[in-house]
Each structure stands twice: as C-alpha cells, then as structure tokens.
Design a protein around this ligand. Structure first.
Ligand code: ADP
Ligand code: MG
Length: 694
C-alpha cells in the first residue's frame, strides 16, 4: 500500500486543521471565532482566568467566590420539584456544601455514591440551604490522593457553542509548541519594550505569578501591555500603509461641487444646515485633487449625511463619472435609491439599483449599462464588489455605515475604477466618537463632522422603567398602535450567543402576541436567513406589521417614520452609543416619539447614571463622550462602537495613551524597516498584504 505523504511541517501559517485534535467540526467552530491558522489560535487570548491552584475550605468560602473544593460525598438524591435535579451533599474538614445539577446523566448519581471523593471548581453561593454550587465542574475518585491541582492559572477563552474550554486549551498548547520553533516570534520589535512576543504569549496563555490575576484583569500585566502595543502598532502600520498605497495612485479631478450643491438644493423644500455646507466645502476641496479622497463623515443619526453624499455624487456625475453608494443591507440600499430618485430624476440623472434581489435579466441590463460607462448614480449592497461588476467610469464611491465594510474591501476598490484611476472614497458613519479617538481608529482617513441637526426635530422622549412594569409597557404599545403608529421592541442580551438572543426574541414575540392579540407582530433576529430578515423588515416598513420584535440587528439606518415608540430591554447593560443608535430608529416622523429603557432592578449607581444620560441628552457626541468617561478602565467595550472590530487584545479607548506613542513609531518603521512592518501587519491584521506590497 502506498504510504500516506508526510504532513507538512507545522508553521504559524498552517491551517488549524493540521493540529492534532482539530477535526472538521472543531475547525468550523474555530472559524466562527475568526481562527483559521495556528497564529490566529495563539493570538486568541483568554478573556479571564480561573485560579485552580489551591483548594478552599467550605467554612472559608466567601459568598459568590470562585474556587476549588475537595470533599467526600455524604448523600445524593434526585428531586423532582421545583425542577428535576441531582442534589449531592458533600463534606470537607471544615463543613458541608450542596452541589446541584439540573442536567445530569443517570450514571452520575451512581458515580457520586456516599464515601467517594469529589474535586470541583465553581462559584459558591451562601443560600438558605447553606453553601451551594450550581453545576460546578468536577471529577470523582476513590481517594483524595488521586486529585491534582493546576500548576498555573487556568485560562478561559472566548468561545462559541460546541467548543469547550479544555479543547481550546489543548489546541493552544499545541500552537505554543509550534511557535517555539518559529524564530520570528522570538525577535524583538524595534521601539517596543517588554518580553518578546513568544514569551508574552506563553505568560498570557498560562500565567504562573501569584499576583498576575489582578494585573491581568486590569490589562496591566507586562505581557499584555507588550502585545497591546504590538497590536496597536500593527494597526497603525496597516492603516498608514493603506492610505499611502491608495494616495500614490492618481484619481480623477472633480470640480464644481458648489454648482452641484446649488443645483440639488434648488429642488429641496429646506436649506442645507451650516454643518452640511461646511463638510461639503471640505469634500469639494478633496475632489479637486488628483489623488483619491479618503474622508470619513461622522454625523449623528438624522444629521443629513445622505444629502451630503448626494451632492458629492452629483458633482462626480456632472464631471462625467459614475458615483456609487454602497449600503450594508438591501433594505437600506433600496431606501437610498428611492431618495436619490427623487433628488436626481428632475436633473435628468439615472439611478441604478444593484442588489442581490434583482432578477437575472434586470441585473444583466444594469451591468451592461455600467460597463458601457454611462455616467450615473449607482446604489447597491456588497453585490457591488462582485467581480463581474465593472464600473468603467467610477469616480466616487460612498460607503454608508462604514463599520460593516472591511479595510480589505476598500482596498479592492483600487481596481474598480476607470483605467489607471482610483475612485475617491467617502465614508459615512453614524457612530459619533470623539475626534482624537476617531483619528486613532481611522488613521487612514481625514475626518469631517456634521455637528448640527436640521432644525425642527422633536427630540425623542426617553424614560427608564423597571422590568417589573412590563405590563404597563404592553398597554402603552397597544395605545400607540391603536392610533395607527408602529412600535419596536428590542431584545438584547449581553455576552451570549446569537442563538440565545434569537430565543429570547422569539419568547418575547410570543408574549407580546398573547398580550396584544389585536396586533400583527413581526420578528427579526440574527439567526434568520438574510431574505427572511429583509421580508420582516419590509412588512414593517409597509405597515403590514405594527409591532416589530427585533434583536440589535435593526441598529443600522432603517427608516420607518411611522414608528413612534421603541422599547429596549436590558438597557442598563448596553453601551450608551449603541442605545442612542437604536433610539435613532424612532423620532423620524412628525409626531413626538418615545423610547422606554427597560432595566432589571436593582440598578447600580453607575447604571443609574448611564441611563440618566440617555434621558437627558439626544446628542450622539455628548452621549459618546459621557459613555467613554463613565466607563472604568479595563472594561472591555468599545470595539463595536468604534468600528475597530478586528482588534484582539487592544482597546482604542482604554489604550488611548499608548496609541499616541506608537504613531510616530509606525511612520518610522514604514520608512526604515518595511519587512518588520510587513511581518507585524501579517501577524495581527491578517492577509492584508494580499492586495499589495508594503
Ligand atoms: P443620516 O445622517 O442619519 O443618514 P439622513 O441623511 O437619512 O440622516 O437624513 C434624515 C432626514 O433629514 C431625511 O429625511 C433628510 O431628507 C432630512 N434632511 C437632511 N438634511 C436636511 C436639512 N438640512 N433640513 C431638513 N431636513 C434635512
Ligand atoms: Mg444614513
């Protein structure tokens, strides 16, 4: 029989599937966590640690503390009320404790026979029945001597359903062994202090020092700081490099923005705000240059970003180019296309909509038009990125709600434009973050801010209510809908899977259907297929459903002016900017709208203060700033808000002071040590360099 070829030697770039213990199913779950290579696994750092190095006695157990116990079984029984559970009474030298298991295998009761020994780990709570552990992890043996304790802190990794911690731990062990053979991980990075990369990774995946757990929780451990610096540097490098690469290319010079502005404004029933005009001047200046504009426009929900984009697009079209706007969902693309049709039709400019929903014939016709290079306005989703879409004369690309599009995709645009020219890029973001933070996160972009809302908006009235008043809220929804208005109910859970969130939304929808049988209730969540989601959104938009139960998937840009009340569950646990973004879905019509923030009592001081901010302010920038101030150091938030979803350990908010130091270093490395720069970018930002050379 022919021998199987020897597997390739493992390197950091090897796919995880080559590691022992990683079958196709495990690989698939790892992929959900963004882990594809051995290096990805190494950089998947623990979110916290458990201390399983010592046993704690029952009498010394603090309420709510986590730890290891070692005890003898006294008694075990299965009880059926209030819920079926296995209850095991155990005893150590200091006292007794109760272990409660709700999910258990019948042979576990046999296993836990009186006289046997258990070593377990879990959170002990002092209840009416004494010290109690619900679902501790444990092992059973015939004598206490059979147990061992962990030599180092036990890492707990962010994971996904079906991928257990022990499996992740053993895979990381193997990855560490591979890294030990890789010279690159042992080289210092010029300008960054602290242990070298490999040593830092070893310390974080299996720390030993006694004081480490506190420092680690605060992100102050030297190994963390070292990797945070390295990651931030890699990001600065990649963004600066992206900017440089793009701006070395020629772009079409587009003039006469002011004329476009006049032409478009002539057809509007209102005047542009001062902020809109100021930002347009900045854009006009960029478009005249012969190098691509790379500009981010930040503006609160409803600040009128679309109109600003439309003026720039009109200028491009009048200069003889195509202008495209890319939206994160089909519904939004359709919404934009409709606004554009109203604005552009009187000017004799055609608007083409390109989404995945088009029938083949319509699509082919649209593509043929675009390819022929007819100037005009194109609106679409990421379908715009498909290879067969050739925009023969693309001069300006607008990306709406930028955080849904990656750097790679923006880079791919280099090749979409007319022969030899790179299109200008305008990126719109409704996530208002303070300027210094924006400059860090978007180091590749110039930044404009629309810091003024159009006049005459009625602010959304916001109240916070305890979840115990749920039935009052139901009644209020009934009243609002009886007046012909619509309502959103947003279900949120924190730190849990899509699946649990979907389940919560389904349960809530069922509850609401029962409480309000006269209403048509729609439901959208992240686990639904794209087309089902769109169908639900459409039904709500067209008024066929009056109440939409949703998870945070509805956060981005949907415009249903008739919706005038929004309920947000577990509001105390969401970031303020996210709450603000969600709340922006109401208050878009002429009637006064309201937002009810439901919370689970009791509220902490901090939570009370945070919800207070939401009640008092409707200004996204004020809210974002307060959110950042109220947030304690070490709190892991902000990635989603700032749009930097790719970060593994650094947090641009927590680590802001470090970034300032790294920016000059990034410039220096790009100029003097491009190979080091490239290595860091590849390590932390991934296959970024597929699109070009550093
Ligand atoms: P966003 O910045 O959230 O994308 P939009 O561009 O969707 O906001 O604008 C929200 C609404 O405000 C739209 O109906 C738009 O036509 C309107 N609008 C935009 N600019 C002005 C203005 N200067 N005065 C009055 N209404 C405006
Ligand atoms: Mg918008």
């Amino acid at each position: 029989m022919p021998k199987k070829p020897a597997p390739p030697p493992l390197t950091l770039e090897t796919a995880v599937t080559f590691l022992k213990g990683c079958g196709p199913q495990v690989a698939q779950r790892l992929a959900q966590l963004g882990i594809e290579t051995v290096a990805d696994l190494l950089l998947h750092l623990p979110s916290r640690y458990e201390d399983r190095r010592h046993c704690t006695t029952f009498s010394a157990w603090a309420d709510g503390a986590e730890g290891v116990f070692r005890a003898r079984v006294l008694h075990s029984e299965v009880r059926f009320a209030p819920r079926r559970s296995l209850r095991v009474l155990v005893e150590d030298d200091s006292g007794t404790a109760l272990l409660r298991l709700f999910h258990f295998h019948p042979n576990q009761q046999t296993l836990l026979a009186p006289g046997r020994w258990v070593q377990g780990f879990g959170t002990g709570r002092i209840t009416r029945e004494g010290l109690t552990f619900v679902h501790p992890t444990f092992e059973v043996a015939d004598s206490a001597d059979a147990f061992v304790l962990e030599p180092h802190l036990t890492p707990v990794y962010p994971t996904t359903q079906g991928l257990a911690q022990p499996r992740l731990r053993s895979l990381v062990e193997r990855a560490l062994a591979v890294a030990a053979e890789d010279a690159a991980f042992q080289q210092p990075v010029p300008g960054i202090d602290g242990p070298e990369t490999l040593a830092a990774l070893n310390q974080l995946h299996r720390p030993t020092a006694d004081d480490a757990i506190v420092a680690l929780a605060r992100f102050e451990h030297p190994a963390q700081r070292r990797l945070i610096d390295e990651e931030l540097l890699a990001h600065q490098l990649s963004l600066r490099w992206l900017r440089r690469t793009l701006q070395q290319r020629p772009a079409p010079a587009i003039g006469a923005l002011a004329e476009a502005q006049t032409a478009l404004s002539a057809g509007l029933p209102f005047a542009l705000t001062g902020a809109q005009q100021r930002v347009l001047t900045e854009i006009g200046h960029d478009l005249e240059q012969r190098r691509p504009m790379l500009r981010l426009v930040q503006g609160d929900v409803g600040a009128g970003k679309t109109l600003v984009a439309a003026v720039a697009m009109l200028a491009a079209v009048r200069a003889g180019f195509q202008a495209a706007l890319m939206a994160p969902t089909e519904l939004l693309a359709e919404q934009h296309a409709r606004s554009f049709q109203t604005w552009f039709a009187p000017l004799g400019i055609e608007v083409t909509l390109l989404t995945g929903r088009l029938r083949k014939k319509e699509r082919d016709a649209a593509l043929a038009q675009l390819q022929a290079g007819h100037s005009g306005v194109l609106v679409g989703t990421h379908a715009l990125f498909q290879d067969e879409v050739r925009l023969a004369r693309l001069g300006l690309l607008v990306i709406d709600e930028q955080h849904r599009f990656g750097v790679q995709q923006r880079l791919a645009l280099r090749d979409k434009g007319p022969e030899g020219l790179t299109p200008h890029q305008l990126i719109m973001s409704a996530t208002p973050i303070p300027r210094t933070l924006a400059q860090t996160v978007h180091a590749d972009l110039d930044i404009s801010v629309i810091d003024e809302l159009p006049p005459g908006r009625t602010p959304v009235r916001t109240v916070a209510m305890s979840n115990s008043r749920r039935s009052e809220v139901f009644a209020r929804i009934g009243e609002v809908c009886a007046q012909g208005r619509q309502a959103y109910w947003v279900c949120t859970l924190v730190e849990v899977s899509d699946q649990l969130e979907a389940q919560a939304a389904e349960e809530t929808a069922a509850q609401l259907r029962e409480a309000l049988p006269q209403l048509q209730v729609g439901l959208v969540h992240g686990r639904m297929r794209g087309e089902d989601k769109e169908a639900q959104m459409r039904a709500f938009k067209e008024g066929r459903t009056q109440l939409l139960v949703a998870t945070t998937v509805i956060e981005v840009g949907v415009d249903v002016p008739n919706a005038s009340i929004m309920i947000i569950e577990n509001a105390e646990r969401l970031g303020l900017s996210q709450l603000h973004q969600l709340r922006g879905r109401v208050g878009r019509g002429s009637v006064e709208s309201q937002c009810v923030l439901l919370y689970q009592p009791p509220l902490s001081e901090m939570a009370r203060a945070r919800l207070g901010v939401m009640r008092q302010s409707n200004d996204g920038f004020v809210i974002a700033r307060t959110d950042l101030e109220l947030r304690g150091p070490g709190e892991l938030l902000g990635r989603r808000q700032t749009g930097l979803v790719g970060l593994k350990i650094a947090d641009p908010v927590r680590d802001a002071a470090r970034v300032a130091r790294l920016q000059p270093l990034a410039d220096e490395l790009l100029a003097s040590a491009p190979t080091v720069a490239r290595r860091l970018i590849r390590r932390w930002v991934g296959d970024f360099d597929r699109y070009g050379q550093v």
